[in-house]
Design a protein around this ligand. Structure first.
Ligand code: NAD
Length: 276
């Protein structure tokens, strides 16, 4: 594991780097270069998904990087149309084939799709794959506390991680508190708010100037100090490097309070209660 990035200890003892590299919207033929750049910059955790269509490119970068497999932490996600027990087992094999891996570090149910009512069966297949030693940790994404409660009532392995949309404009207090109480790690997707307006917010720009850092580094550092796992995405080498350099400075209580005041409960992505 990179010495720069501290681990988060998941509820089953597995160590996951607190900062990783997200590859949503990176075309398959660019994923190999982007992931290779990230690995060279010191990232050891990669977040992909079946629906991103870049598991093969990601796998090529992993195969070529020369790092021992155990130093890497690879996450992929089961897509909505593959939910269900048998279809999950098949989808997992297909993802592993594309990634070229013989075990996975973290597998996530991408969305709960509560109206379809399949996430419990899907998760039971995750439990089997975990028991068989094919996945080191299993978890979910975009689950609301009510979905997690049902899952925990009807299955036996508490999810290690819930990956949710989380950034200064959507701070997710209720989910974060629920996860902390249950021992579930909170992983932030779109941690930079997709880079658009958020990185120009005057309060963030002012904190960046105060610390001689970039707005992206300030936002990522805010996540780190809250204890979130983060997976910023970029295909620009200088930004890939900049985004991992957040472990050598600290925000003070005033900075943290100024960023916490930016919450607007505003989603960029779909509402998990209805998205399917
Ligand atoms: P992000 O918040 O990481 O923002 C990425 C964008 O911000 C880049 O495309 C770029 O435009 C900009 N950016 C990145 N670094 C920058 C820098 N240093 N300075 C200025 N601008 C910068 O958004 P994301 O890609 O949506 O989220 C990160 C990862 O989260 C994804 O790649 C994916 O792995 C994961 N994700 C998961 C879900 C889910 O449903 N589970 C949904 C969306 C994303």
């Amino acid at each position: 594991m990179s010495s720069k990035v501290p681990p988060i200890i998941l509820n089953n003892g597995v160590e996951m780097p607190q900062l990783g590299f997200g590859v949503w919207q990176v075309p398959d033929d660019e994923a190999e270069t982007a992931v290779a750049t990230a690995l060279q910059a010191g990232y050891r955790s990669i977040d992909t998904a079946a629906v991103y269509g870049n598991e093969e490119g990601t796998g090529r970068a992993i195969a070529a990087c020369g790092l021992p497999r155990e130093e890497l932490f690879v996450t992929t996600k089961l897509w909505n149309s593959d939910q269900g027990y048998d279809s999950t087992l098949r989808a997992f094999d297909a993802s592993m084939e594309k990634l070229g891996l013989d075990y996975l570090d973290l597998y996530l149910i991408h969305w709960p799709r509560p109206a379809e009512g399949q996430y419990v069966d899907t998760y039971k297949a995750f439990e089997k794959l975990h028991a068989d030693g094919r996945i080191r940790a299993i978890g979910v994404s975009n689950f609301l506390p009510e979905h997690l409660r049902r899952l925990m009532d009807e299955t036996s392995v508490i999810p290690a991680v819930n990956q949710i949309e989380l950034h200064p404009h959507l701070q997710q207090h209720a989910s974060r508190e629920f996860h902390a109480a249950q021992g579930i790690a909170t992983e932030a997707w779109s941690p930079l708010g997709q880079g658009k307006g958020l990185l120009e917010v005057p309060a963030i720009v002012a904190i960046a100037q105060k610390h001689g850092r970039t707005p992206a580094q300030i936002v990522l550092r805010w996540h780190v100090q809250l204890g979130n796992i983060v997976i910023p995405k970029s295909v620009t080498p200088s930004r890939i490097k900049e985004n991992i350099e957040v472990f050598d400075f600290e925000l003070d209580t005033e900075d943290l309070a100024a960023i916490s005041a930016l919450n607007e409960d505003r989603r960029l992505g779909p509402d998990p209660a209805v998205f399917s």
